[in-house]
Design a protein. Structure first.
Length: 385
């Protein structure tokens, strides 16, 4: 049985989520592979400078930034991180080589940015005839040295923009696979038989009132409280489902907030497909996973894009405009007129229609891409032999 390792970090949550979803799809398709998920933070812990001097892992620092909204200047911070990664390139490669020698995977798949040069160099130095693949979990790259490096490898991209970026950087087109979108959990494709009106009533909501799902990733964001208060102080007739993730302080603040409008507050949950099923539209940050999940469930989106937006997520807002599946704001200060405009019947119908034009089957397509890559490398090895 061939062995595949999926490498990820827990920075933001989307990388692990994509790796886990693809692992589940591979098992469901009964592929003859053993798939192991590897948290690269644990492999590289001994050279994590932030952990050494500040006693906090880099991925935990990043998640704290997201939770508190400290993202202004994130472009400059990213460049500093990349400089550190370059400075420690050789030690990183040596640690990774040690890991590959121990686990000996037949294929390595990266779900992370920044480290793909080191991952490729370390893996191919130990196993020069085995394939290294990067699956972009963003809709586009943010060059230089974010997702796509100039090196011999395979790439799987979820948009034409990302494919064009890979080809422009010199990757042969036959080594770049085009998936139909971002990897979503297989549960997003399961039919929902629950009665929406009944489920809303169970959560303390009204059955026929427009319902927004407010979601800012697995660590939440305090801007959710501002959004709830602005909508509460408006004349709009709607209700909210607020998913706070692991941000318990935010969940507590929302539950204690006195509000005219009804809302239901949830913490960390694996039931996002359910909550999207009983919602009408989405409000959140332009994360590739959240946007793709909302569109897959037919929800028009309202997102924000400005200097505080993570640089790698700015194209996602552009994608929302290109596909006309929602509204992009300069600031959530304008959330009230944006919701009013989205809920106009003709505008809402237009957005809903456009979400249906973006079918995404990536999680079921990518196992076939991996099989093709395996077959290609087997053929090349046989010819060389």
């Amino acid at each position: 049985m061939e062995r595949i390792e999926f490498g990820f970090f827990d920075a933001g949550g989307g990388h692990r989520a994509a790796a886990t979803a693809l692992q589940m799809a591979i098992r469901a398709q009964q592929r003859p592979w053993e798939v192991q998920l590897i948290n690269l933070q644990e492999v590289l812990d001994e050279i994590d400078i932030l952990k050494k001097y500040a006693r906090i892992r880099i991925q935990d620092f990043y998640n704290g930034m997201l939770r508190n909204g400290w993202t202004l200047g994130s472009t400059q911070l990213m460049r500093v991180l990349q400089l550190v990664i370059r400075a420690y390139h050789r030690p990183i490669v040596r640690l990774l080589e040690r890991h590959w020698e121990k686990t000996r995977p037949d294929m390595l798949v990266s779900f992370v940015p920044h480290f793909n040069r080191a991952l490729c160099e370390s893996y191919t130095s130990i196993f020069p005839d085995r394939p290294f693949i990067t699956i972009l979990t963003d809709l586009a790259d943010y060059p230089p040295h974010f997702w796509i490096e100039r090196q011999e490898q395979f790439l799987i991209c979820g948009s034409e923009k990302a494919v064009a970026q890979a080809v422009a950087l010199g990757h042969p087109r036959d080594r770049v696979s085009r998936a139909s979108g971002m990897i979503l959990h297989p549960r997003f494709y399961e039919p929902q038989s629950t009665d929406i009106a009944m489920e809303r009533h169970r959560l303390g909501l009204l059955p026929n009132l427009p319902t927004a799902l407010v979601l800012f990733g697995g660590h939440g964001n305090r801007v959710m409280l501002e959004i709830a208060q602005r909508l509460d102080h408006s004349e709009l007739d709607l209700q909210l489902i607020l998913i706070c993730g692991k941000n318990q302080d935010l969940a507590r603040a929302l539950r204690e907030n006195k509000s005219r409008i009804r809302y239901f507050v949830e913490g960390f949950t694996n039931e996002i497909p359910y909550y999207m099923h009983i919602s009408d539209f989405f409000i959140g940050k332009p994360g590739p996973g959240s946007i793709s999940e909302a569109v897959a469930k037919g929800l028009p989106v309202i997102v924000e894009c400005n200097a505080w937006t993570l640089p790698q997520e700015r194209y996602n807002a552009e994608w929302v405009r290109e596909c006309n599946v929602g509204t992009v704001l300069r600031s959530f200060h304008d959330i009230v007129p944006a919701v009013a405009e989205l809920l106009r019947p003709e505008r809402f119908a237009e957005f809903r229609k456009n979400t249906a034009r973006e079918p995404n089957r990536a999680v079921f397509e990518i196992p076939e891409f991996l099989e093709s890559i395996f077959e290609r490398t087997r053929t090349a090895s046989a010819v060389e032999a």
